[in-house]
Design a protein around this ligand. Structure first.
Ligand SMILES: [Zn+2]
Length: 113
């Protein structure tokens, strides 16, 4: 798996953006460098989602909002049996199913074993 997700770091003031912005929300600069989002995250909040679209093989999924160590917050799918706010998770990038012909890459967060 070599798909990666990125944050976009302003070359001027170092503000991190995710998803991509065209203009820095802090200083107005238009130049960014890509920073790979990976590693350990902290779970900020989550919801249990029922009535999943066609293509999922489970009755429900957890979706969470997590924070990377660099401060960027993102949302993604949780591969966790019992999520707890504040728990540490490992970030992965994988195929998020969205129906039969529109798979796309997104974050999947796993328990650290
Ligand atoms: Zn900036």
């Amino acid at each position: 798996m070599d798909e990666k997700m990125y944050a976009y770091k302003c070359t001027d003031c170092s503000e991190l953006h995710h998803p991509k912005h065209f203009v820095c929300k802090k200083c107005g600069n238009r130049e960014f460098e890509e920073v790979v989002l990976e590693g350990i995250v902290t779970l900020l909040t989550y919801t249990k989602v029922y009535n999943l679209p066609e293509g999922y093989m489970k009755p429900y999924l957890y979706f969470g909002i997590v924070k990377f160590e660099n401060g960027v917050t993102v949302s993604g799918q949780l591969e966790v049996s019992e999520p707890t706010i504040g728990m540490k998770l490992k970030s992965n990038v994988g195929v998020i199913k969205e129906g039969t012909n529109s798979d796309h890459y997104g974050f999947i967060f796993e328990e650290i074993k």
